[in-house]
Design a binder for this molecule. Structure first.
Ligand code: SAH
Length: 345
């Protein structure tokens, strides 16, 4: 049945709707997704060391635990030295991609960020540098790229205008978010987009719009995870996204984007003890363990009960190694660029 639905390269909305809504097709869907993943990436799983730079944020997204209005959040920022020491430890543990992620924090100006990026570039010429710092000007993205950044993660969150309004305050706009993604792409970054599954007000039609937007953008990376309510946000009483729907969307993404880098996210691991392993089996091929200093991990709290906040980086790494192996895949040390990537000129 899944084969029949995927017979044509481009699925129609009705076929997609059927896949998104039919639990009976799941096993077949995951099986096909795993085949496609093995054909393109074998059993390799790429690891990215996540360094959570700062939990200060000027934005006020209704879903996010580090939103500006959350007075309960205990704010921190990492110094250049702290960041470099995370990289040092990460490199020793076999990481060849560092992801610097954070809230939109004005402290990290282009000058400060370029200084950090160029220092990492100089010390680790064989590593990829991924940034995830939210919306910035095109000039800023260009400067960071020139300083040595290779990739940029910026989830679009939802591709539907009305749904975007339900999740964000007036000061933010979907048009701007999309513009940032196109700018990043034009500059030459390997771009990551993505969305939350089961965010308040999300419909099946919204999910289809997300897929259509991704088809237009053709990102190298696609990150999705279940929405998980955070106790100090306006969405504290909303229902979270489910494991089932998230896995289904991972598998659909794998079939629609055979070569994409798709992480089995921490949010997926948070809603189910085997969430990340199940994500891999449904077509994901990336995991992003935490490399942040132990004392700040609990503070980068985007949602409730986030996993792996008590462990040190080395523990995370070996725990994940076992989990990935048990699921039937293996962690590799390679940079893990998107298939067909010709290198940064
Ligand atoms: N400021 C950066 C990084 C955001 S944090 C940016 O704007 O891109 C990374 C991702 O966490 C977000 O893109 C969002 O999709 C996800 N996230 C935030 N709050 C969440 C929640 N309550 N549940 C699940 N995922 C959440």
């Amino acid at each position: 049945m899944v084969d029949k639905l995927f017979k044509e390269a481009d699925l129609g909305d009705e076929e997609l709707k059927r896949l998104i809504k039919t639990a009976e097709l799941d096993q077949e869907l995951f099986c096909r997704a795993d085949e496609v993943r093995r054909r393109n990436y074998g059993t390799d799983v790429y690891i990215r060391g996540l360094i959570e730079l700062t939990n200060y944020c000027k934005n006020d997204c209704y879903y996010c635990g580090i939103r500006r209005s959350n007075r309960q959040a205990d704010r921190y920022r990492l110094t250049k030295e702290q960041i470099l020491s995370c990289c040092e430890q990460g490199y020793r543990l076999g990481f060849r991609t560092f992801v610097l992620q954070g809230g939109e924090d004005g402290y990290y100006t282009d000058e400060r960020m370029c200084d950090i990026v160029s220092e990492i570039r100089c010390r680790y010429p064989d590593c990829a540098i991924t940034l995830s710092l939210g919306e910035r000007s095109r000039e800023s993205y260009q400067r960071l790229y020139d300083a040595g950044a290779d990739r940029y993660l910026l989830r679009h969150e939802t591709a539907d205008e009305e749904h975007y309004r339900r999740l964000h305050p007036e000061s933010m706009s979907l048009i701007e978010r999309k513009r940032c993604l196109w700018n990043l792409k034009e500059i030459g970054y390997q771009v990551g987009a993505g969305f939350m599954v089961g965010s308040p007000g999300q419909t099946t039609e919204n999910l289809i719009e997300d897929l259509r937007f991704l088809q237009e953008l053709r990102p190298a990376m696609i990150g999705i995870g279940p929405f998980i309510p955070h106790k100090d946000t306006p969405f504290r009483k909303e229902t979270g996204g489910t494991l089932e729907l998230t896995l289904r969307m991972v598998a659909i993404l794998r079939l629609m984007f055979p070569c994409a880098l798709i992480p089995a996210t921490t949010a997926l691991g948070t809603i189910h003890p085997q969430g990340r392993e199940l994500g891999l089996k449904a077509g994901a091929n990336v995991v992003m363990p935490n490399l942040s200093p132990e004392n700040v991990r609990k503070l980068y709290e985007l949602y409730d009960n986030k996993i792996c906040t008590g462990e040190e980086a080395a523990e995370c790494r070996s725990c994940l190694e076992n989990r990935v192996r048990t699921a039937g895949y293996q962690i590799v040390t390679a940079r893990g660029d998107v298939a067909g990537f010709a290198g940064k000129s």
